[in-house]
Design a protein. Structure first.
Length: 213
């Protein structure tokens, strides 16, 4: 993301330090584990009003963003995705719905696109699976959640589970989503740390808090 690359050249990599890769025990999906996942997906289906606070790190293999503060809210189809650089305090805001997306805060003024993915690709040169990410961030397979708006087949997703019987690795649409930590104090449990990667692209998200209406 160009605006992140320019403003975060000196930013720390706190998220990387906090989220050192771990080789957790994984087990392939069986009928029992898949049933439990389907129960989670059913419980969260339609929960399309939520907000999270956390920290984000992105890379395309050549550029790194450093760690940014993230605020993401969903109100039905409408989303607001705000990042703030910890050193400069500069903020960037991506908003939109099914009608289009608006990016504000970058040099050159606001930019509009047909959707978040299109706008990120045109304005920032970054490919982000925003529709699928709406499901993955909840620990769901895209397509299993009616609010994800992702045109993918949930049955084609490959899952591996951890000792906690929650998803540890999700492979879907060419992406690998590695779930490192879960908030099991919530029912259903929700992710706290996840890494998503595809080819040279990497997105690392540490979620500090969830809120639901």
């Amino acid at each position: 993301m160009k605006f992140l690359y320019r403003s975060l050249a000196a930013a720390s990599l706190l998220l990387l330090a906090a989220c050192v890769p771990r080789h957790a025990v994984r087990q392939p999906a069986d009928a029992g584990l898949l049933h439990e996942q389907e129960v989670r997906e059913l419980a969260l289906r339609g929960r399309d009003h939520w907000a999270l606070q956390g920290r984000l790190y992105v890379s395309d293999g050549q550029h790194q963003s450093g760690t940014v503060d993230l605020s993401w809210s969903q109100q039905g189809a409408h989303y607001e995705f705000v990042v703030r650089t910890p050193i400069t305090g500069r903020s960037f805001r991506l908003t939109g719905d099914e009608q289009g997306a608006l990016l504000e805060g970058q040099d050159g003024g606001p930019m509009q696109g047909s959707d978040a993915e299109d706008l990120m690709q045109r304005a920032l040169g970054w490919h982000v699976p925003f529709a699928e990410l709406r499901a993955w961030v909840l620990g769901l397979r895209a397509g299993a959640d009616a609010t994800s708006q992702a045109v993918v087949n949930a049955d084609a997703a490959q899952l591996q589970f951890g000792e906690n019987r929650l998803p540890a690795l999700l492979r879907q649409d060419g992406w690998s989503v590695d779930y490192r930590q879960w908030d099991t104090s919530r029912q259903p449990a929700l992710p706290k740390v996840l890494f998503a990667s595809k080819d040279s692209y990497k997105v690392k998200l540490s979620i500090e808090s969830w809120s639901f209406p």
